[in-house]
Every structure is written in structure tokens, then in C-alpha cells.
Design a protein around this ligand. Structure first.
Ligand SMILES: [Zn+2]
Length: 203
């Protein structure tokens, strides 16, 4: 991909590509393979750089592509106010809407507590680099996408339906939605709902 993803379909495409990459450390020369390209072999110094760069770009692009009030105003759309509808204090830019607004921050705090992971200060960087084990990484990335999506959905529900969803409800929705995603996408997934609710990494 020659540029950052600019649409949901491109983001999904990169997610699927990233999930197909595998590290083979026991070979004489470390290599990553990817079954969808030619003979499947890419050497580490090339693909590791590409893979990490794409993950970081993906997270940044995901945040930057959100159509907050500030983003709409920058695109020339005339709005009566760019103040956040949830807290009615700060301007609604990407960072505020998904990470910093009190409701969003509370959701992130409770989700990290549920995961048993200390809450990071730089969420995007953490999100891109956390974990050595692919399965745990995939689970955490799925949870982070679920949190971002449902925080944004809760915001839209307030703006367009005047329905204010509490952080508790958002966290409950994250647990249910991501559990469903993983159960349906991962082959031979043995996750059990009660274990998942207790801690997603105890499954
Ligand atoms: Zn706010």
C-alpha cells in the first residue's frame, strides 16, 4: 500500500493482511511468511518494518478519519458549535472524542482494568507495540478497535438520537461485541463467555 488507508474497506484489508503474517524465528535467517504473496517469503528487515509501520499508520488513520465536529469544520462544513456534546466543555476533535473526553477516558480505564493491563499514557503507541504473543496481540487489538468503535457509536447516539449511553453500558457492549467478533473469526476458538467477562486474557 503506497499511502495511509483512507476508507473502512482499506483498513479491514490491512487488518486481514496483518493477521496473516507469521514470524518463524527458528530458521537460520529469521523470516516472515505470508501465504497470499508469491512463494510467501519476506525477510525480516523488510517486512517487520512494513508491518509495524502499517499497524501504526492504521491506528493513526483510524483516529484521523473520524468525522468529529472539528474535522467537519476543517472540511468547510458550517456547524453552530464544535463543543463536545458529551461533556459540553472541550472541543470535539479526534483525540477528545475517542480518548480524552471523560466518558471515553472512563471506558478505556475500565477496559484496561478488565484486561488486567496498566493503562498506558500513549494509547496509539501502546496499541501498536504491546505484547509478544500473536494471539494476545490480536485479542488486545480487537478490544481496542471495539472500544473506539463503541465510544464513537455512543457519541453518535447522543448527537442523532439524544440517547446518552453510560460508560458501564459501553464497556458491557465492548465485551459482548468483541467476544462475538473473536468467536466467529478465529478458527477453533475455545473462549468461554464467563471466563471472557472475568478477564479476556484468561481464556
Ligand atoms: Zn467531551
Amino acid at each position: 500500500m503506497k499511502s495511509n488507508p483512507s476508507s473502512i474497506s482499506q483498513i479491514h484489508e490491512i487488518m486481514e493482511l496483518t493477521e496473516k503474517l507469521e514470524l518463524h524465528p527458528r530458521y537460520r535467517q529469521d523470516r516472515l511468511t505470508c501465504g497470499i504473496f508469491g512463494d510467501g517469503t519476506y525477510y525480516v528487515n523488510v517486512l517487520r518494518e512494513k508491518s509495524i509501520g502499517q499497524r501504526q499508520n492504521l491506528k493513526t488513520a483510524t483516529l484521523n478519519s473520524i468525522l468529529t465536529a472539528c474535522a467537519l469544520q476543517k472540511r468547510g462544513i458550517n456547524l453552530s458549535s464544535v463543543i463536545c456534546k458529551y461533556c459540553e466543555i472541550e472541543e470535539e476533535d479526534n483525540n477528545h472524542a475517542i480518548i480524552q473526553c471523560l466518558t471515553a477516558a472512563t471506558v478505556w480505564e475500565w477496559v484496561f482494568r478488565w484486561c488486567g493491563i496498566p493503562q498506558p499514557t500513549d494509547l496509539v503507541k501502546f496499541w501498536s507495540q504491546w505484547g509478544r504473543y500473536p494471539k494476545r496481540r490480536k485479542t488486545l487489538i480487537s478490544i481496542c478497535y471495539g472500544v473506539a468503535w463503541l465510544i464513537w457509536k455512543a457519541r453518535c447516539d447522543l448527537i442523532f438520537k439524544e440517547n446518552r449511553i453510560t460508560p458501564t453500558k459501553v464497556v458491557d457492549n465492548v465485551k459482548a461485541m468483541v467476544f462475538t467478533w473473536i468467536k466467529h473469526r478465529r478458527s477453533n476458538c475455545s473462549y468461554v463467555w464467563l471466563d471472557w467477562c472475568n478477564n479476556p486474557f484468561s481464556c
